[in-house]
Design a protein around this ligand. Structure first.
Ligand code: NAD
Length: 358
């Protein structure tokens, strides 16, 4: 189907001033890259992360060490708080003690399939945690509240390009439902208290320090080591894989523009089939994948592709890194750290073979 041309309009306050940004989930994959970008341009950063064991917490400790090294020569300060976004007394203290001006809320229980196995954990972290942060953000009158949503809210949409004005009231996993609920709560806080909120629907993010439970890093790891991979479905399913620096660029642009209440897709804007994806990993690892083909999994969506028109028009966002180049860089990083220990990275061991898609 042809992409429709639309005009976008929104009420926005540009905000280029120095910031003290609370980055929840700042020890994680996207959070640590975002904190790095904010520190490098002179903002102060407060990381709130509970270093949970969804995947090996030593990876998150390593991410924080990198941030601490960076902060040594930086203009802004870095504070690391080890605690949960569901602990309202702690969250209140963090806002109070650090004079937070902006929230970049990336902490979550991520992953589609584990949310089907443990829905209460997802509701508590993603919905209760987000409500506590919104509540503190309005009490402390922050200038902007930016938070991670997900492409998974589009569920089984049949559109060629998912666009933000599509009906997303049919989530097909508890994870997707929790992310849609965050968008609804953000709307409520914007409506009741004029808290500026921006939700970002990320499309399958990959890159250096990526999540070991997600297909890109998992496949690079297993194919490099000659270990078998499990391919769910016939390989024609396609994802909009987005390189992490592009996502971070979109997050930072959102922090610099306080919209009343908006939601944006952040993706590359084109899909890659699973077959091509595996082929690209084979090309850069120089190894042939040893595949076992299994049926599609519940909760998975066959196709994701972002319409990035709105993010282009309003945020000036545009994904710069091609899929092939992103995989090349990720494999180079992987080789530099001489591989990852497979099998122990994700709680539950066997979960390692999940082809995670968000
Ligand atoms: P990640 O798991 O690497 O990062 C999430 C971080 O949040 C982790 O460091 C974790 O320890 C922390 N966290 C979890 N529960 C917490 C709690 N109760 N209190 C404090 N910290 C807590 O995942 P990521 O890929 O960097 O994802 C960041 C955000 O982007 C998440 O909200 C995720 O749902 C969303 N997202 C990611 C993708 C993707 O492809 N990676 C796609 C769509 C949406």
């Amino acid at each position: 189907r042809k992409k429709q041309r639309k005009a976008f309009a929104a009420v926005v306050e540009p905000d280029a001033g120095k910031k003290t940004v609370l980055v929840t989930g700042g020890a994680g994959f996207i959070g640590s890259h975002t904190a790095q970008a904010l520190l490098s341009r002179g903002d102060s950063v407060v990381v709130l992360d509970n270093f949970n064991d969804y995947y090996d917490p030593s990876i998150k400790r390593g991410n924080v060490e990198l941030l601490e090294q960076m902060a040594e020569g930086a203009e802004g300060s870095l504070v690391i708080v080890d605690g949960s976004i569901t602990d309202s007394a702690l969250v209140g203290k963090v806002f109070q003690e650090n004079s937070i001006t902006h929230v970049c809320h990336l902490a979550a229980r991520a992953g589609v399939r584990p949310s089907i196995e443990d829905p209460l954990l997802y509701v508590e972290t993603n919905i209760t945690g987000t409500t506590i942060l919104l509540e503190m953000a309005r009490l402390h009158k922050v200038r902007n509240f930016v938070y991670a949503s997900s492409s998974s809210v589009y569920g089984g949409s049949k559109s060629a390009f998912f666009s933000e004005d599509e009906d997303v009231s049919n989530p097909v996993s508890q994870y997707a439902a929790s992310k849609k609920t965050c968008e609804l709560l953000a709307h409520t806080y914007s409506h009741l208290y004029n808290l500026p909120t921006t939700g970002l629907r990320f499309f399958t993010v990959f890159g250096e320090r990526g999540r070991p439970d997600m297909a890109p890093l998992m496949f690079i790891n297993k194919i490099s080591k000659g270990e078998g991979i499990r391919q769910f479905g016939d390989g024609s399913s396609s994802r909009d894989y987005t390189y992490v620096s592009d996502i971070v660029d979109g997050v930072v642009r959102s922090l610099d523009r306080a919209y009343k209440n908006e939601v944006f897709n952040l993706g590359k804007g084109s899909g890659t089939s699973l077959i091509d994806f595996i082929g690209t990993v084979e090309k850069y690892t120089g190894k042939k994948a040893n595949k076992t083909i299994l049926p599609d999994q519940p909760g998975d969506v066959p196709y994701t592709c972002a319409s990035t028109d709105k993010a282009k028009a309003l945020l000036g966002y545009s994904a710069e890194v091609a899929f092939d180049e992103g995989i090349r860089r990720t494999v180079a990083w992987y080789n530099e750290k001489e591989g990852l220990e497979s099998g122990e990275l994700v709680r539950g061991g066997g979960g390692m073979a999940r082809k995670e898609k968000e």
